[in-house]
Design a protein. Structure first.
Length: 320
């Protein structure tokens, strides 16, 4: 008996795909959305809770934040979750940077689907007041006049206080000496005490010391001036064109999540991010709302990966 095939016109096939796509989005969600993130009390936790609360309002159902100590467990749990849009991950840009400096069990772009770039935060270049450094040009000139004499504090290898300094060194060709610490606070304590001369600090940690005069602010690492640190110029506009470093925080889904669901999630989260109360809430945690499409987030990740991997390779940064 001959087999029969039904051949649909191309236009009808496209329409059916669109209808199917919309149907998937309309049926969602069928239960509470779980947002995985790092341990409770940190910046990622607070950001995840702001988004979860906003989605609760949007979707008229309670959503939850699932904290996992150490962070890596949160990533691995999200990767293994069903790709149905009900499990998300809120994480910083360290998610795609960590595999560049140490062996990890995952690849961010292979195992996860970027949904939305939620927020970002620049670093603040600060110096001890005893130094003559007031501008980026001052710093570059002094470092070139006294190679190997200036030192800078950082947290852990590959951290958000380490990589912006390595990028600065790479772009200027200066020779300054790294003094590593296990965390940001001990590094700041020694900077305030004059044991080290400079640091690319997180703004939330350094701003209070700038206000009291214990540290001097020089520049922010974002491409544009930051509302987090008003009145402080950027590194790029102060003598190093093209310099940019920010810590980014985004929402990810398991990689096989249908595009229609990724689009629906992006739209719902953008509604949350665009609310004034959400923006104010994020500013209080030390980050600024970014937003955008899933495709734009993917492009940002790829661009940052390319630039950061070069810095890491050139500097020989590796954690064993």
């Amino acid at each position: 008996m001959p087999a029969f095939r039904i051949v649909l016109p191309v236009s009808l096939s496209i329409q059916l795909c669109i209808i199917s796509s919309h149907t998937v989005g309309q049926d969602f969600p069928t239960r509470p959305i779980r947002i995985l993130t790092t341990e409770a009390g940190g910046g990622s936790d607070l950001g995840a809770r702001l988004i979860a609360q906003g989605l609760t309002v949007n979707l008229n159902q309670q959503n939850i934040v699932d904290n996992r100590a150490g962070g890596i467990l949160a990533i691995e749990t999200a990767i293994k979750a069903a790709p149905d849009g009900h499990t998300l991950l809120y994480y910083s840009s360290s998610i795609w940077i960590l595999p560049l400096i140490q062996s990890m069990s995952y690849d961010a772009l292979r195992d996860l689907a970027p949904v939305v770039l939620a927020t970002s935060s620049p670093n603040l270049l600060v110096v001890h007041p005893s130094t003559p450094i007031r501008t980026v040009k001052d710093l570059i000139a002094l470092a070139k006049a006294r190679p190997g004499e200036l030192n800078y504090a950082t947290g852990a290898t590959g951290s958000a206080t380490h990589l912006p300094a390595e990028l600065f060194k790479s772009m200027t060709g200066i020779n300054i000496v790294r003094i590593p610490y296990k965390a940001t606070n001990p590094a700041l304590i020694d900077l305030i005490g004059g044991q080290v001369q400079m640091m690319f600090s997180t703004p939330g940690s350094a701003v209070q010391h700038v206000k009291t005069g214990r540290l001097r602010s020089v520049a922010v690492t974002s491409a544009n001036p930051s509302t987090l640190i008003p009145g402080v110029p950027t590194v790029a506009s102060s003598g190093l064109p093209g310099y940019e470093y920010t810590v980014m925080y985004g929402i990810f889904a398991p990689v096989k999540t249908p595009p229609a669901l990724v689009e629906r999630l992006n739209q719902e989260i953008m509604r949350v991010l665009n609310r004034p109360e959400t923006k104010d809430g994020f500013l209080k945690t030390g980050v600024e709302v970014v937003g955008g499409t899933a495709a734009e987030f993917m492009a940002t990740v790829r661009s940052d990966l390319a630039r950061t991997s070069k810095v890491i390779k050139d500097a020989g940064i590796r954690v064993e």
